[in-house]
Design a protein around this ligand. Sequence first.
Ligand SMILES: C[S@@+](CC[C@H](N)C(=O)[O-])C[C@H]1O[C@@H](n2cnc3c(N)ncnc32)[C@H](O)[C@@H]1O
Length: 188
Amino acid sequence: MTEWEKIQWNQIAWRKRNDGIDFYQTPERCVEKLLEKIQFLWNILEPCSWAGAISKILEKKWYSIISQDIRTDDWVYWTKWINFLECNCVFDNIVTNPPYFIAKEIVQKSLDISKDKVCMFLKLSFLESIDRYKFFKDTPLKYVFVFSKRPQLYPEWIEKPKNWWTIAYARYIREKWYEWSPMIDWIR
Ligand SMILES: C[S@@+](CC[C@H](N)C(=O)[O-])C[C@H]1O[C@@H](n2cnc3c(N)ncnc32)[C@H](O)[C@@H]1O
């Protein structure tokens, strides 16, 4: 990446953090490690794909994937510009790292429109909260894969926000018709 591109990235990162829509990108390692654990059948939607961190790796593995995002800027990697919460579509699998401030809504929408797996990259603390108790009971997770090493969601060279620190993350997998207790495993 050139110096000019890095400056552009920093500007976009700054804008995205400040307009509240969420900038964080999924590290390559987190997608590759997931694919060691889970395979997908048929098509996949990445509904919040932005720069395509997840989509590009799934494409490399020959998955049939559609990428969408609400954002439009120079870095987007999508086939459709769309607000996922208003999306009138059906897909076999949904894989994303959703914006955290509407994570539950994105998960719920994914469950409504998917025919097989819903796979989310989210903070480990997403498991908590009184509000989500019923949500997890009503739509049980099949797997929780905890990242033993906290992922670094900013590239090394990017200007970090002032109060920046690493956060514990996990992969949350739901599968249609799975109705037992979740299974837990760790990703190194
Ligand atoms: C945390 S980033 C993740 C980007 C990408 N999925 C990745 O893993 O690197 C969340 C993305 O969700 C997008 N987004 C926010 N609200 C959305 C909505 N209602 N519909 C679709 N995309 C949305 C943002 O523009 C942002 O690009």
